[in-house]
Ligand binder design. Sequence first.
Ligand code: ZN
Length: 159
Amino acid sequence: MSLDNLRDLYQQVILERYKKPRNRGLTDPIHHQQKGHNPSCGDTIELTLKMDQAGDRIEEVKFEGEGCAISMASVDLMADALKGKTEAEALEMVEEFQSMMRGETEFPKELRKLNVMQGVAQFPVRIKCANLGWHTLKAAFELASDAQPADDFVSNESQ
Ligand code: ZN
């Protein structure tokens, strides 16, 4: 497959996800909740997570929000990929995603859908859009124990 075809395929997946997201909404109940904002593009999301009964694994991830196709598709793909992961595994995936966007690594075969976002890495202003969901996920776990008001947005502007 030529590079151009591959790029078209990536765009197709992104647009499809944008138009028909699979993980829109709020989880019930909500165990983790975090809002995220990408000021450079205007994307905003609200991420909610439901953990399993033991509280160890992510059972469901949902999002609300408005933004460009890349930010929305990225968070929707992320939500799929996080099902069944522990907090530690999820945080490791945040690192992997950010390293992939720097062109340093790829996701393993079972998570290869996430590699779609690699096509975005060649447009530096769009990287923040692709990172927004992951950045917000990290904050959802890390801020969970703090007395952080739930309506505070984390911004990825400092990335
Ligand atoms: Zn954006």
